[in-house]
Design a protein around this ligand. Sequence first.
Ligand SMILES: NC(=O)c1ccc[n+]([C@@H]2O[C@H](COP(=O)([O-])OP(=O)(O)OC[C@H]3O[C@@H](n4cnc5c(N)ncnc54)[C@H](OP(=O)(O)O)[C@@H]3O)[C@@H](O)[C@H]2O)c1
Length: 343
Amino acid sequence: MTVVGGDDAAAAPGRGQTVCVTGAGGYVGSWIVKLLLERGYAVRGTVRNPDDAKNAHLRALPGAAERLALCKADLLDYDALRAAVAGCHGVFHTASPVTDDPEEMVEPAVTGTRYVIDAAAEAGTVRRVVLTSSIGAVAMDPNRAPDAVVDESCWSDLEFCKKTKNWYCYGKAVAEQASWEAAAARGVDLVVVNPVLVQGPALQPTVNASLMHVLKYLNGSAKTYANAVQAYVHVRDAADAHVRVFEAPHAAGRYICADAVLHREDVVRTLRKFFPDYPVPERCSDEVNPRKQPYKISNQKLRDLGLEFTPAAQALYDTVICFQEKGIIPIPAPTPSPEPDQA
Ligand SMILES: NC(=O)c1ccc[n+]([C@@H]2O[C@H](COP(=O)([O-])OP(=O)(O)OC[C@H]3O[C@@H](n4cnc5c(N)ncnc54)[C@H](OP(=O)(O)O)[C@@H]3O)[C@@H](O)[C@H]2O)c1
């Protein structure tokens, strides 16, 4: 995607448009804000506490001084969301609890999503709402055939999510359903992005849930890896997807945002190859069952919008470099060169 540096936003696609990003200080939200500022938009970012030091990185983004305003809004506070969305041309609704606690997850996700659609309808100026849903709303289906391709027509099985106490996936699926219903009822143009597990550098200072997935393999807390598969996408591509579906007039429906599905064994192998000095586990926790096979997934809709996905291995690599740069893991000391008489 073409970007403009600093505040040189003269020829930028977002020039003269104001958009609201909920959950602006989060991992994915921060990258969406960064890209929108680079493309010349004025951004209203909602955060729960604008004065919290964890949101300071947003004010340091290029263009932020001129075109970023932070607004305080909880997902359960309709008036605050309405004020943030009023007068905007677009809304990126990315805020959501990320937890498997059913009480913390489901109600704020569903009510917040309905409130955002209502606020967009009430504003009367919003051209499109882009919702950050999840692969969790798509792929949790135990009855899918092993060779079936996961695409935008798939929905997670809510009973299965409940039975397995996967309240994050349950909450994301129910929130996405609620958003489609509310958008249809209120005449709001809604487009949904369904990212898979997002990796790559964090702009925010804290380690969010998706980055813990890799951190545990580097800091010694995971002694084994699971017999499990997962789809991965680079955080820059996740942000790019959101902005693309907002800007493409003909974009519609859901968009799966994924590069590749990897077994954990592939993940630890990649980490060990690039970073041999960390205690990356070598043993699978399941030595009994056959190795789980990666499922097939389609990212065709986003590729049709011109998105070229970064390889998942690069996303993993960039994640580790980010941990090193932020001091979250130590940078291994260089191996001393052998003494001349030992050479
Ligand atoms: N990262 C992934 O792998 C991944 C994959 C698929 C989909 N997603 C989706 O992407 C979105 C962002 O996730 P993330 O990974 O960037 O997680 P994150 O860093 O934890 O960000 C979540 C954001 O949501 C906000 N939030 C949570 N509960 C809230 C509430 N009750 N009221 C207002 N704001 C609230 C948080 O605000 P505070 O800063 O105030 O806590 C934070 O800004 C979520 O919708 C998530 O489901 C993420």
